[in-house]
Write a protein that binds this ligand. Structure first.
Ligand code: NAD
Length: 491
């Protein structure tokens, strides 16, 4: 384990010890060891970070920069992160147990996000508005929201921070980041990269700590103008209600229970690849996992048989081994959740086709077999609740209308997949699914240019693309009098 000296909060451009003078261990889910100490930031640290961010966004050189100059800081950060990507990926493997090949892929892509938003920084502009009053010239200006409190989860730590940090900075805000307590090491490494990129003091601050301490303090702080949250729907609902007390803006990227629908006319080989990756990538710990597989009755049995055979061949093992395809679950809590849903599905009368059991590899007992249940009713808990693990619910349907009805009969609305060779059906069904992102004949793609976000209990607001930067901008409308005099309304 590293010493406490290695790990500090990043506030106002300096690496500082937490005012609690306490650190907690971050557990490697594969070895079970606490491999690094994380500073326990508390309310006093959040106060300092928010004050620094407030100063930075409203009174410092950051506020006076041109939009082009701001963008250049993001380009610099992209270059620094490109050099450090491998190291950051390895840290995240230790923190959440995801396979190194997935984490390397993410870290290779992350600089592109900073470059995209760096380029977008000086393309932000207001409009000239045509009004029905001929003697007035009206235009809008786009301004930063102010201090952004970013709160993020553990499943793709730096990628999910990047989806907030890059647009928030490009829009001219200052950020206080509170990463998940289970995966904070790479957020502190990101702070080092920000420091090396030379951002002005206070523009980016990282306060690690528990949700109930540092997180709560950030959400209730009166100088925070916006909370951008990614995490579970229950936590999101609570945070939104707390943030509402001080009228903060919020954006919420929450959970999902996404339908992945295979029609009988689909290219079944491709659909199999998509179904497999949709649920078992990241050990199922993905917000957009295709965790409800809707199969047409004509192909159901054959598809399930082949899918189960493929699932059984997935290579489980040491997440730092490049050949490993599925790592352990990220924490004991996550492991217990997965086990409990397997019991729930069995009790509901679903058929266990494959998996269903824990596996011990090299002494690590947090692995779980890729698991598939058929005969799942869409009203069952396995079909309605997010497991966030490698457990697939297969639901049979007869008609297109029935597939759409099942797809939408859930509280979430994050994403969905449609597999068909019929172009008309592809458009019809994509349009009918109430979710923020639909993939047709592919599953799980994202890009810095393409917005994504949730409907219903999957949240509100959009990340990525031009929509993503709008979340961090205020619109101000300016009315200019063109006449020499003004009317005396009291004459
Ligand atoms: P979580 O809600 O438990 O925690 C997320 C963050 O919130 C952590 O940083 C935590 O410390 C903080 N937090 C917890 N309680 C808080 C409080 N009272 N006040 C302030 N902050 C608090 O989520 P999790 O279980 O770590 O993450 C998994 C969830 O995230 C899943 O539901 C998943 O679907 C969702 N997720 C969504 C997206 C998306 O883009 N929609 C992406 C990834 C994950």
């Amino acid at each position: 384990m590293s010493t406490a000296d290695d790990s500090r909060l990043y506030i106002d451009g300096e690496f500082v010890e937490p005012s609690s003078d306490e650190w907690f261990g971050s557990t490697d889910p594969y070895t079970g060891d606490d491999w690094i100490k994380i500073p326990r930031g508390v309310e006093a640290d959040v106060d300092r970070a928010v004050a620094a961010a407030h100063e930075a966004v409203f009174h410092s050189e950051w506020a006076d920069l041109t939009q082009t100059e701001r963008g250049e800081y993001l380009f610099e950060l992209a270059d620094v992160l490109e050099e450090r990507g491998d190291r950051h990926a390895e840290m995240e493997v230790r923190d959440n147990g995801k396979p190194i090949r997935e984490m390397r892929g993410q870290h290779e892509a992350i600089p592109d996000w900073y470059r995209y938003y760096g380029g977008l920084a000086d393309k932000i502009h207001g409009d000239t508005i045509s009004v029905h009053k001929p003697d007035k010239h009206v235009y809008t200006e786009k301004e930063p929201v102010g201090v952004v409190g970013a709160i993020t989860p553990w499943n793709s730590p730096t990628m999910l921070v990047t989806w907030k940090l890059a647009p928030a900075l490009a829009a001219g805000n200052a950020v206080v980041l509170k990463p998940d307590e289970k995966t904070s090491a790479s957020a502190l490494a990101l702070a080092e990269a920000v420091d090396e990129a030379g951002f002005p003091d206070g523009v980016v601050n990282v306060v690690t700590g528990y949700g109930s301490e540092a997180g709560e303090a950030l959400v209730s702080h009166e100088l925070v103008d916006k909370i951008s949250f990614t995490g579970g729907s229950e936590t999101g609902s609570y945070i939104a209600s707390q943030a509402g007390k001080t009228f903060k803006q919020t954006s919420m990227e929450l959970g999902g229970k996404s339908p992945n629908i295979v029609f009988p006319d689909a290219n079944l080989k491709n659909a199999l690849n998509g179904a497999l990756a949709g649920i078992f990538s990241a050990t199922g710990q993905s917000c957009s996992a295709g965790s409800r597989l809707l199969l047409h009755e004509d192909i159901h049995d054959e598809f399930v048989e082949e899918l189960a055979a493929r699932a059984e061949r997935i290579e489980l093992g040491d997440p730092s081994d490049p050949n490993t395809e599925m790592g352990p679950l990220a924490s004991d809590d996550q492991f217990e959740t997965v086990e409990s849903y397997v019991s729930i599905a069995k009790e509901a009368g679903s058929t266990l086709v494959t998996g269903g059991d824990p596996v011990t590899i090299d002494g690590c007992d947090r692995f779980f077999q890729p698991t598939i249940f058929t005969d799942v009713d869409n009203a069952d808990r396995l079909a309605q609740e997010e497991v966030f693990g490698p457990v697939l619910a297969v639901i049979e349907f007869g008609s297109e209308a029935e597939a759409v009805e099942i797809a939408n009969d859930v509280d979430f609305g994050l994403a969905g997949g449609v597999w068909t060779e019929d172009i008309r059906r592809a458009h019809r069904v994509s349009s009918a699914i109430r979710a923020g992102r639909i993939w047709v004949n592919n599953y799980g793609n994202s890009s810095f240019t393409a917005p994504q976000g949730g409907y219903k209990e999957s949240g509100w607001g959009r990340e990525n693309g031009v929509d993503g930067i709008e979340e961090y901008l205020e619109t101000k409308t300016v009315w200019i009098e063109l006449d020499e005099g003004t009317d005396d309304k009291f004459a």
